[in-house]
Ligand binder design. Structure first.
Ligand SMILES: [Zn+2]
Length: 57
């Protein structure tokens, strides 16, 4: 993955785990990984909150 990013010339940190954004769906409770600012729940297609709402666990 780092190699692919190098190829397209994007800056990238060493730790990719910190780049993932998680949101918990208010409708079904599923946790989703938000990519490209796509705040949509994968399982139920509901809109996800744009503010952080995932507590520990
Ligand atoms: Zn959902």
């Amino acid at each position: 993955m780092a190699r692919a990013l190098d190829r397209v010339g994007l800056p990238h940190p060493g730790d990719f785990t910190e780049r993932f954004v998680f949101r918990r769906c208010p409708s079904c409770g599923e946790r989703n990984i938000v990519r490209d600012d796509d705040f949509t729940c994968a399982p139920c297609d509901s809109a996800l909150p744009t503010q952080w709402n995932v507590t520990s666990g």
